[in-house]
Each structure stands twice: as C-alpha cells, then as structure tokens.
Design a protein around this ligand. Sequence first.
Ligand code: AMP
Ligand code: GLY
Length: 422
Amino acid sequence: MKLLVIGGGGREHAIIKKLKENPETEKIWCCPGNGGIANDAECVPISATDIEKQIAFAKEKGIDYVVVTPDDPLALGAVDAFTAAGFPCFGPDKKAAVIEASKVFAKELMAKYHIPTAAYASFDNEAEAEAYLDSQKMPIVIKADGLALGKGVIIAQTLEEAKAAVREMMLENKFGSAGSRIVIEEFLTGPEVSILCFTDGKTLKPMVSSMDHKRAHDNDEGLNTGGMGAIAPNPCYTPEIAKEAYETIFMPTLKAMEAEGRTFKGCLYFSLMLTEDGPKVIEYNSRFGDPETQAVLPLLESDLLTIFQACTNGTLDQQEVVFKKDSSCCLVIASKGYPEHYEKGFPVSMSGEALKHCDFAGVKLQDGKLVSSGGRVLGITSTAPTLKEAIAKSYELAKEVEFENGFCRGDIGQRALRALEG
Ligand code: AMP
Ligand code: GLY
C-alpha cells in the first residue's frame, strides 16, 4: 500500500510510525512533513492546505490511501476532494468537520440534542455581547467561533477583562475572521480529559483516555499553547465516567451529526470536563489531538491502518480496537519564548535511544542537519507499566536531547499522579 499523510507535526509523525507497523505498508509520503518526519516518510514540499497539488501528487504516485489530520485542510474539504478524485481517505468531510470549525455550530448542536455542555450564548454583534456580560457571573469564558490555533479562548476573571476580550475579538480582529462571531459560556470546573474516538459514522470506539497540558509553564502557569505534554490513560476518567460519557455524549453526538446530514467519519475528539454534575463537553475536534496522539498511539495494540480503513469502509463494528494496559507520557520540547516570540534555526540532535522515542514537529533540515523551525519542536514519549515510570523514562530521555534554545515543562503528569495517589 502506498500511503499519503497530510500534515507536518508531532501528531503526524506518531501516526506515520504506527502506519509503518502494518506489513502491507510499502511507502509513505507526507505533505509537507518536516525534517524529522523525513526519517520515516518521504516529505513532499506541498503545504497541508494545497489540496489541488496534493491530489495531483497522489495521482502521479498511485496512492492507495490518504490520511488527513490537521483541522485546516479538513475544514477546507480535503476529504471531499480526495474522495471525489477516487482516493479512499481517513477523516471527516467538510460538512462534518464543521463540528470543530465553528464553535457556534457545536454549541447549537449540543443544545438541540441535549448533550451536556456549559451554558452559553452566541453573538455577532459586539454591543449585544457586552450588554449580555453585564448580567453574567465571573469568571466567564469567551471563545472565537472559528479556528484560531487553540488560542481563541479567553477565561476572564473580571467584567473588564471579559469586555476587553470581546472587543479584541470582535472589533480589533485579534483572531481574524475567526472572532467575528463569538460564544460566551459558563465557566466550568473539574479535571479535563481528552478522548479521541475512531468512528465510521455509526459505530464509535474510544481510544485510551489522555490528559493534555495546555499552559506553557509548570503549575499551569503562562499562556495557553497547542499542548506541552500529555499522559495516558487519564486516571480521572474512571470506567463509570467512561460509560456515562459514551451514553450521554459520544453516541448522542454521533447520532446528532447523522441526523443533521453531517455523518462524521474519522477521529472525533471530545475534550471533556468532569464536573460535579457529570462529564460535559468543553469542545469538539474533528481530528486527532496534538500531543495526545503521541501519548495514545504507542499504547495501541491493534493495527492503525486497518482501523482507519474500517472507519472509511463503515466496518468499524467488526474491527478490534485494543490498547495495552501500560501508561505513557509525552513531553513536548518547545522553543524558548513559545507561544509568543521565539527564535528559530538552532541545531537539534539527540542520542539514538531518544530518537526512537521522538516525534518531530517544528524542525527542518539545513545542510543535512536538523534545526528548529517552529514553536513546538519535538516530543519525547515513553511507555511503561506505570505512569510514574513512564514519566521518569521520558524525562531521562529528554536529557539526551541537545537543543540549546529549548524548554519543556518539569511537571508533565504530576497532576495525574496526584489523582492516582488520591
Ligand atoms: P478549548 O480551546 O475550547 O479547548 O479551550 C482551551 C482551554 O480553555 C480548555 O482546555 C479549558 O482549560 C479552558 N476552557 C474552555 N472552556 C471552558 C469552560 N467553559 N470552563 C472552564 N474552562 C474552559
Ligand atoms: N491538544 C489539543 C488539541 O490538539 O487541540
């Protein structure tokens, strides 16, 4: 099988490594990939959103199966275009990808189908949004409607902060057109859980649960980032909660999408908050999470390519999806200053052992050597029988990474360990 993967981050690297485990995989290309992914796939300098060129490339190479993971090409209709051109493809079509691409859509869907989530109101008029805030309790959450690289969410502690956030999004276009409509929602509290699920539109099979670490610095300080590390499984997500989430959130969402004529196939990712009133949806993503994927996939025992194909073919009910009982920990090493200003172009190298555990994200090849080229540069993931051991292994391996301009959080997994120790 000749495979084409669209994307170029740590998530895509983890997916490619897993796809290589299938003996039928003959060769993998990646558009655009990165300098480190180049160890495992042939990288092609076509951007993740240049769907026309990707299709021309797929025709030229006789690609058998395509995997689209980033939100932008999904929202642009990459899966529709590949499917129309005759290429079987993993991922939701444009109509289904809207579950992530529009937070207003997601909130309306949940309201209509009684799926538990934070109470909310949506606005496309700035003055009305400000007037609404006057009647609300603080803290409160303000979200840009569209895709904003995981950064379009502001938790305001005071009314002034809330109004400033609304003005930034709606008048000053801080997130571009993504912020011309906004959602204002109730502030929820409780542990957060990420659940990535395989689905063919009818059957849904959750992967092992995970926990992201979104803030840039230890003790959840600093700005929100794309994710600074992840552990799996998430100890807060008990079998009882998993059953409740499946019955009250996962299946109702899948059925709601079908009823709306937006059948979702691919990876549906539920970001949940475990509140005192039960699990509630914080957001939906129409794709694998990053860095959750890097923590989750090494625990997958079943074959990833076969599962992907079952999602495309509508046979997921007959497909086994089994995870190892171990735990895993992914540490992200980012450029100093991320998620704000950071410099690029620093050499990145590591021991052979660390390389085996590394998923590359923001790196490129320069004169045959790897240099940093982005905010999140790489992830180091280990698995072990216990979470404590997995964390220790990943931190040991991270010491074997040489990257002068890098930093990683020192407390990835600590909150989960505290939860385990009760
Ligand atoms: P999102 O990009 O929607 O996942 O939001 C980013 C982060 O903001 C989440 O991981 C939560 O920590 C936080 N957040 C989002 N919505 C809420 C909410 N309604 N209540 C409390 N925290 C929230
Ligand atoms: N780790 C959060 C995300 O992928 O959206």
